[in-house]
Design a protein around this ligand. Structure first.
Ligand code: ATP
Ligand code: MG
Length: 333
């Protein structure tokens, strides 16, 4: 297992500037680059793979500088967003390609291809051509092709983005299972925050060519360092209020913020508990499967709460005009 590290990377492409001071995927780790379109995810992956040379800085595998080593010398497996399968080659040939380049003996190639086909659940399809496969199957061929060379590093660029929601969910579970089984250091790119949460050991959130925050999924979700990260990872409540004596009061709520003046208090809708009481006015609601999302107004500040139905102190049919609210965890941005 190897670690992958970027140090003081700078890459300028037209008027886009990618600047990564430091980023490290540990041995066997599943690290995800998450961010909106155009933030530099693919560029970062291409620098790690060696398809793009940084203007400054270093790419290190296990502490060894790789800058001068071409992609084929880096022992990486890469899956591109559009799969890039060879249309005129069978599934077997597509997967065997990298092994043939490496001049492995015929018998060894066959053994490895059949083993990897089993791993990705494509046994029996080795003679088909890409056009005879579904999107999900093509994606597995691309994954098999990247894995068959037994890479030390796996780079996946939005590998599930062309698939429908059901297949996407199933395949992301399989990618994770295979990655853990082979313990390959993996860098995964997506702009889908749910996918990132589900699959990653750690997530690096990117914005405009820089990394905003790196952390474990729940750390980033509940303790974002910036408003951008907070908003990118799902529904959020951000209250801009005035603190006095280290505290902010709102209705019957009291936040200990440890400073005075303007503060931004952040919490997720599921951190808002509904109690009996009347200082939060219900201004709207939306039913979700088994849950309810409430829009509440407290002294003119709107917040969102999300609860399972059985947690409410009232029946949906007898929804009161106002309720009490308890916020169990929050953080200051
Ligand atoms: N060869 C190039 N010349 C000029 N600009 C480029 C080049 N390649 C990429 N860019 C620009 O760099 C920025 C980052 O591109 P990149 O492909 O890394 O983004 P991304 O995060 O992968 O986006 P997406 O989610 O849409 O795939 C974009 O603004 C893009 O237009
Ligand atoms: Mg991209």
């Amino acid at each position: 297992m190897v670690s992958v590290e970027l140090r003081e990377i700078l890459k300028i492409l037209g008027d886009f500037r990618l600047e990564i001071k430091s980023l490290k995927a540990k041995e066997g780790e599943f690290l995800t680059l998450l961010g909106p379109s155009g933030c530099g995810k693919t560029t970062t992956l291409r620098i790690i793979a060696g398809f793009e040379k940084p203007d400054r800085g270093e790419v290190l595998f296990d502490g060894r500088v790789m800058n001068e080593i071409p992609p084929y010398g880096r022992n990486i497996g890469m899956v591109f967003q559009d799969y890039a399968l060879f249309p005129h080659m069978s599934v077997f040939k597509n997967i065997a390609f990298g092994l043939e380049l490496r001049k492995l003996p015929r018998g060894e190639i066959e053994k490895r291809v059949l083993r990897i086909l089993k791993l990705v659940g494509l046994e029996g399809l080795e003679n088909r051509y890409p056009e005879q496969l579904s999107g999900g199957q093509q994606q597995r061929v691309a994954l098999a092709r990247a894995l068959v060379i037994e890479p030390e590093v796996l780079l996946l660029d939005e590998p599930l983005s062309n698939l429908d929601a059901k297949i996407r969910e199933r395949l992301r579970g399989e990618i994770k299972r295979i990655q853990k089984e082979l313990s390959i250091t993996t860098i995964y790119v997506t702009h889908d925050q749910e996918e990132a949460m589900a699959i990653s050991d750690r997530i690096a959130v990117m914005k405009d060519g820089t990394i905003e925050q790196v952390g474990k999924p729940l750390e980033i979700y509940y303790n974002p360092k910036t408003e951008f990260v907070a908003r990118f990872l799902g529904l959020s409540n951000i209250l801009e209020l005035e603190a006095e004596n280290g505290k902010v009061h709102l209705g019957k709520l009291c936040f200990n913020v440890g400073r005075d003046g303007k503060v931004k208090i952040f919490f997720r809708p599921e951190s808002v508990y509904i109690t009996e009481g009347d200082f939060a006015e219900i201004v709207g609601h939306e039913l979700l499967p088994g849950r309810i999302r409430l829009r509440l107004s407290i002294e003119g500040n709107e917040i969102i709460a999300e609860r399972f139905l059985e947690e409410l102190p009232f029946k949906i049919e007898d929804m009161p005009k106002s309720v009490g609210v308890l916020i169990k965890s929050y953080t200051i941005l």
